[in-house]
Design a protein around this ligand. Structure first.
Ligand SMILES: [Zn+2]
Ligand SMILES: [Zn+2]
Length: 270
């Protein structure tokens, strides 16, 4: 299974998953032309479908344009399909937020996440491999780690550093929204989830990093501490990321050192 993170952050999100001849785009928050150019550069084909995680603009904003341009369907949960962005559109196919569904050779298992829009984590399975995308959640709900069982590749939100957020320039209401249980995951919250990752996980990408309230080195240092001693490749996606990943890599990664150890094994792209 190949996975490409094409964009990650509040200015737009898109990730591509492909296995056994089927490819899907999870979220479409960047312009179709830019997305197609990135896929071409990465040697990836155009997606067979779009799956949107929720109805926020940075995830759903370009989905109708892209779906019409490529003549492909948009899969959305019942609650997301009812929102203004997608309601009544012919392109939309509805899935239940708690039931696995198939797109071609892929099986996609959603799980509801706490956020200020109806949101889902997605586990994508195909060709004998499994990957997950977990972003836009205010806290880690019970059962999430179990939902990720068997995932070899995990894309997980590490949105903000709690201290940078509190001391930053955002208005108070926005700080409250981001830090709330229906906002975004902090580095410390991501740390707790990373400690419960399945044994199969060998690649972790930190996603949806805030430009104002986080720094890649802070998010990576926290995640490295959580994954210390494990054979995991750890990366941080940037807004304009183009990270090509594989759920079945040819090589095994060396064990990660503790956060205070040498940082030589960290890779930072973007
Ligand atoms: Zn978002
Ligand atoms: Zn959101």
């Amino acid at each position: 299974m190949r996975v490409i993170v094409l964009a990650s952050g509040s200015a737009g999100n898109a990730s591509w998953f492909e296995a056994a001849g089927t490819s899907v785009l999870v979220d479409a928050g960047i312009a179709p032309r830019a997305l197609e150019a990135k896929l071409a550069t990465a040697g990836a084909r155009l997606p067979d479908a779009i799956v949107v995680t929720h109805a926020h603009q940075d995830h759903v904003g370009q989905s109708l344009r892209l779906a019409r341009r490529l003549k492909i369907p948009i899969y959305a949960s019942e609650a997301t399909a009812r929102t203004e962005a997608l309601h009544g559109r012919d392109e939309v196919k509805v899935f239940s937020a708690r039931e696995p569904f198939a797109i071609g050779a892929l099986t996609i298992a959603p799980m509801p996440l706490p956020h200020d829009a109806a949101q889902v984590a997605l586990v994508v399975e195909g060709g004998g491999h499994r990957a997950a995308i977990v972003t836009d959640l205010g806290e880690v709900p019970p059962g999430l780690a179990a939902h990720l069982a068997g995932c070899e590749l995990v894309l997980i939100e590490s949105n903000h550093d709690a201290e940078l957020l509190q001391n930053g320039h955002y208005p108070a209401f926005l700080k409250r929204r981001i830090a709330s249980a229906r906002g975004h995951l902090s580095n410390a919250q991501a740390h707790a989830l990373l400690r419960a990752l399945p044994v199969e996980a060998h690649t972790v990408v930190l996603m949806h990093l805030s430009k104002s309230n986080n720094r890649p080195e802070l998010a990576l240092e926290s995640a490295q501490d959580a994954l210390s001693g494990r054979r995991v490749r750890l990366l941080a996606a940037t807004q304009d990321a183009c990270l090509a990943l594989d759920a079945a890599p040819a090589e095994a990664w060396p064990p990660l050192a503790g956060a205070r150890g040498r940082a030589a094994q960290l890779s930072l792209f973007g």
